[in-house]
Design a protein. Structure first.
Length: 262
C-alpha cells in the first residue's frame, strides 16, 4: 500500500486554497502514477481554525473522498485556533465535525491490513490553555491508550504495518514549537529488545522542513527501531523551481517517492 502524505496546508492563508485544489486535481488525475488510495494530512490543514476555512478544506477533502480516496487528518496547532497558539474549543469542535469525525484519540483505522494510528498532539495542550507558543502536548491519557493499542496490534497477525501520524515534531523543534512530552512518546513507540518494531512508519509535519531521519550520522530510525521516520515539508510551498513536492510512502519497501506539481 502507498500513502500520499500531505502536511501544513494552512488553508485560509494567501493562495493555499488554490494550491490545494491543484494538488487534489493532480492526485485525482494521476492514479496510475502514484498508485495510492490513501491520503494522510499531518495537521495544520487550515491557518486559523476558522469555520469558513474548514468549509473550504472540506470541499477539497470531499472531492478526494468522492474520487474514492480515504482521507485521514491529524489536528495541528493552527487547526485549533488563530495564529497556531491561541487554542479554541470551537475550532477543536469544528475540526471534529467538519473534517475528521474523530472524537477520541488515538484514532485507529485498519485499512487492508495496515493499521493507521492518528494522534492529537494538541489534546493536552488545549486543556492547559497556557499560551507559550506553538507547542504540542499529547498527555498521559493518550500515551497510555497508545501503549495499549500498540500492544494489541503487536498480537494481531492480520496487521502488516503500523503507521503512526501526528502533527508535532518529536525530534527537532524551533523555540517553543516542540512536543512537550516527546520523551514519553519515545518510551512508548521505541522498539523493544528482540521484538519487531512497535511502529513501522512515523509521519509528522509542523516544521515545514522535509526530512527522512535516517542520516548515517544521526539515524533516528535505527535508534528507535522504526522502519521509516519522515517529516513532510509544507506541501503547498513552491520550491525554487516553482514546483510543489508530493511525497508518496511505499509501505511495502519503506521508500518515499517524490512527485512534482507545477
Ligand atoms: Fe504546526
Amino acid at each position: 500500500m502507498k500513502i500520499i502524505h500531505l502536511s501544513d496546508l494552512h488553508i485560509g492563508q494567501s493562495d493555499n486554497l488554490e494550491k490545494c485544489n491543484q494538488i487534489a486535481d493532480w492526485i485525482l488525475e494521476n492514479r496510475d502514477i502514484h498508485q495510492s488510495e490513501l491520503v494522510i494530512i499531518s495537521g495544520d490543514l487550515v491557518d486559523d481554525g476558522q469555520s469558513w476555512q474548514f468549509e473550504q478544506a472540506r470541499e477539497i477533502i470531499d472531492r478526494l473522498r468522492q474520487g474514492g480516496f480515504t482521507v485521514l487528518v491529524a489536528p495541528g496547532n493552527h487547526d485549533y485556533g488563530p495564529n497556531g497558539f491561541r487554542e479554541s474549543s470551537t475550532s477543536q469542535r469544528d475540526f471534529c465535525e467538519l473534517i475528521s469525525g474523530v472524537k477520541e484519540y488515538p484514532a485507529l483505522f485498519i485499512i487492508e491490513g495496515q493499521a493507521i494510528v492518528i494522534l492529537d498532539s494538541m489534546a493536552e495542550e488545549i486543556r492547559n490553555m497556557e499560551i507559550w507558543g506553538a507547542q504540542g502536548y499529547l498527555g498521559k491519557e493518550q500515551l497510555q491508550k497508545l501503549d495499549q493499542i500498540l500492544d494489541d496490534l503487536a498480537e494481531n497477525r492480520a496487521v502488516e504495518n503500523i503507521v503512526l501520524t501526528m502533527h508535532h515534531h518529536p525530534f527537532d523543534y524551533l523555540f517553543y514549537h516542540g512536543l512537550r512530552d516527546r520523551d514519553d512518546l519515545k518510551g512508548v513507540i521505541s522498539r523493544r529488545k528482540d521484538a519487531p518494531p512497535r511502529v513501522n512508519v512515523l509521519l509528522f509535519g509542523h516544521k515545514h522542513i522535509e526530512n527522512r531521519f535516517n542520516d548515517s550520522e544521526d539515524n533516528k530510525e535505527e535508534l528507535f527501531g522504526i522502519d521509516l521516520i519522515y517529516a513532510s515539508g509544507q506541501t503547498v510551498e513552491r520550491k525554487s523551481d516553482g514546483k510543489m513536492v508530493l511525497p508518496v510512502i511505499d509501505l511495502d519497501d519503506k521508500t518515499i517517492k517524490r512527485y512534482f506539481i507545477d
